[in-house]
Write a protein that binds this ligand. Structure first.
Ligand code: AHG
Ligand code: MN
Ligand code: MN
Length: 302
């Protein structure tokens, strides 16, 4: 297969400023990944706005992204899972970004896959996911991969260590397989809403699907994007809004799964159609193969 670099592939993106920002974000991962070993067992940082103990690496990566976004001159505001209020730079920069700078931080110590999730908007937040210009995620696994959509197809790249190629195309116009093979769920099964627990049984016993769960949304999502099926962090009995963050995690990933022919839902509607004034809101999250998500939404509705 001819080696296509991310830079070459981004020439197809009509919005040249967005293409430049995606390339900048890809470049940042070189320095980010190099930080991991020395912060693997780092002491916990302070509590974040969700009352979760932020890892030192959450704080470091957040600060690194903010500094690099400021230098790029392309970003006027950063909304981050790790910031109590958005940080703002020059008003005439074209983009507002949402970031989960380090997704799966409970997996740092155990050296499981971790990632980053980024949404890129021209419009101000809060808005709906339909106004996304582009969204992407990076997975720091055995390899560093980057998956993006700028509205036309979903494309995956792997970080090459040698030569000028920073990222090389692995697959373009990815389509979520139908029917899907794998399923994974976050949270404690004892707290899942009963209708969801029944659906899990259905996937196991009737659909004969395989359980694949790594505890990092990016990793669990990536498996569903490639093998089809479903990842869910469902509504919980004691927490109907679930755990995952609508703007920092749900919307950017819903954009990717839907541009790849899959579906997202909060149990009722696509995450991209949720009108929400609170940038820090949580949402129940179901993403995956179209038919399976439609079946789930139908069962949750009964
Ligand atoms: P983050 O590290 O950005 O807070 O994200 C962690 C999230 C997500 O990656 C994963 O799906 C979920 O937390 C797992 O939560 P549980 O440990 O409650 O299952
Ligand atoms: Mn996360
Ligand atoms: Mn995070």
């Amino acid at each position: 297969m001819p080696e296509v670099t991310l830079e070459e592939h981004l020439h197809e993106v009509k919005d040249h400023e967005a293409a430049k920002l995606i390339s900048e974000i890809a470049r940042m991962s070189v320095d980010i990944r190099m930080e991991f070993p020395q912060r693997m067992a780092a002491k916990k940082g302070e509590e974040n706005k969700y009352g979760e103990m932020a890892e030192e690496l959450d704080v470091w990566t957040n600060n690194f992204y903010c500094e690099e976004f400021k230098k790029s001159g392309l970003v006027r505001a950063v909304y981050s899972e790790e910031l109590k209020t958005p940080v703002r730079f020059s008003e005439d920069a074209p983009f507002v970004v949402t970031i989960d700078p380090l997704d799966g931080s409970s997996n740092i110590r155990s050296n499981n896959p971790i990632g980053a999730i980024i949404g890129i908007y021209r419009k101000e937040i809060p808005t709906t996911g339909r106004s996304l210009v582009a969204s992407l995620y990076k997975q720091y696994g055995p390899m560093t991969t980057l998956v993006y959509t700028a509205g036309k197809g979903v494309h995956e790249f792997v970080k090459f260590r040698k030569g000028k190629m920073r990222y090389c195309l692995v697959e373009e116009n990815i389509r979520v397989p139908e029917p899907g093979k794998v399923y994974g769920m976050g949270g404690s099964p004892l707290k899942w809403i009963p209708k969801f627990r029944e659906f899990v049984k259905y996937m196991e016993e009737e659909k004969k699907m395989k359980l694949r769960y790594c505890g990092t949304f990016v990793g669990d999502f990536n498996q569903v994007l490639h093998y089809g099926g479903m990842f869910a962090y469902p509504a919980l009995i004691d927490k109907p809004e679930g755990k995952l963050r609508l703007f920092y995690e749900g919307i950017p990933m819903a954009n990717i799964i839907e541009k790849a022919g899959g579906l997202s839902s909060n149990g009722k509607i696509s995450l991209l159609d949720i009108e929400c004034e609170d940038p820090d809101a949580r949402t129940p999250l179901y993403v995956g193969s179209k038919e399976l998500i439609l079946e789930l939404v139908e069962r949750l509705r009964r």
